[in-house]
Design a protein around this ligand. Structure first.
Ligand SMILES: NC(=O)c1ccc[n+]([C@@H]2O[C@H](COP(=O)([O-])OP(=O)(O)OC[C@H]3O[C@@H](n4cnc5c(N)ncnc54)[C@H](O)[C@@H]3O)[C@@H](O)[C@H]2O)c1
Length: 255
């Protein structure tokens, strides 16, 4: 796969759930493009390992422990990143509860699990977005990427509705933050080959998605998501806000 060539020198990116999966890949790719990274994750050990890997490649990164659902922890985590790295230009709201456990009808999930899902996937986006607004405004603007899902188009179950909410938040915050020159967009990944997704999804489900539902018959790669994220935060996307970009091999194509 060809990498997109974006220069993020002098920029600071705050990425949630960046200890593994897409978040970590975006952290690595943004660092390679020149950005300093606040690698945040609920699991500090994972965040520290990812930040250390960036520093080993001569990049700049700090690890910060953050559960995005914990309202009281978000503002201090953002302050810690600003103190360490000077400010924030890019926020990636990536942390999410997902996979098979939440791909269920509401009636099949205990209410405390539904609440936990929405606390992370929806409230987490709201808390982090509001917390970075002021530092971005002070720096003359910024870019926010929310990670939705192709499931946020079908909206068939609890997870899908939480990701539909992420699309709605993207539209709302694009309008709310435009006056501060902050663009807000979302990415809706299809099935992407992360360690966790492949481990959890039955082979037959993976095959049916790739062979029958996508029109590009290969598994998505984490770099497919990182490339879209790099484009969306770059000046080349300066006229794009409030959009959700599907990165899903053509599933589902609809008007
Ligand atoms: N993998 C896919 O195919 C796929 C498809 C569509 C959308 N997504 C979305 O992409 C995002 C990342 O998915 P992934 O597959 O890379 O996940 P992952 O499970 O591989 O990694 C998630 C990371 O987030 C961290 N995390 C979990 N809860 C957190 C919380 N409350 N606060 C902060 N960090 C937390 C975990 O410790 C972990 O490091 C999620 O929002 C997910 O819904 C994934």
């Amino acid at each position: 796969m060809n990498d997109i060539d974006v220069d993020l020198s002098g920029k600071v990116a705050f990425i949630t759930g960046a200890g593994m999966g897409f978040g970590r890949r975006m952290a690595y790719r943004f660092a390679k493009a020149g950005a300093a990274i606040a690698v945040t994750d609920i699991d500090l050990g994972r965040a520290e390992a990812a930040a250390a890997a960036i520093r080993e490649q001569n990049g700049k990164a700090v690890a910060i422990q953050l559960d995005v659902a914990d309202e009281t922890a978000v503002v201090p985590a953002v302050a810690q990143a600003v103190e360490a790295l000077g400010g924030i230009d890019i926020l990636v709201n990536n942390a999410g509860k997902h996979l098979m456990k939440y791909n269920k009808p509401f009636g099949d999930l205990p209410t405390h699990e539904i609440r936990a899902l929405f606390d992370v996937n929806m409230m987490g986006v709201i808390f982090c977005t509001l917390a970075v607004k002021e530092t971005m405004r002070q720096r003359g603007g910024g870019a926010i990427i929310n990670i939705s899902s192709i499931a946020g188009f079908g909206s068939k179950n609890a997870y899908g509705v939480s990701k539909l909410a992420v699309r709605g938040l993207t539209i709302a915050f694009a309008q709310e933050l435009a006056e501060d020159k902050i663009r807000v967009n979302a990415i809706a990944p299809g099935l992407i080959a992360t360690e966790q997704a492949l481990e959890e999804m039955p082979d037959a489900m993976v095959r049916s998605l790739v062979d029958d539902m996508q029109v590009i018959h290969r598994l998505g790669d984490m770099d497919d998501i990182a490339n879209m994220a790099l484009f969306l935060v770059s000046p080349a996307a300066s006229f794009i806000t409030g959009e959700t970009m599907k990165v899903a091999g053509g599933y589902p194509l609809a008007i």
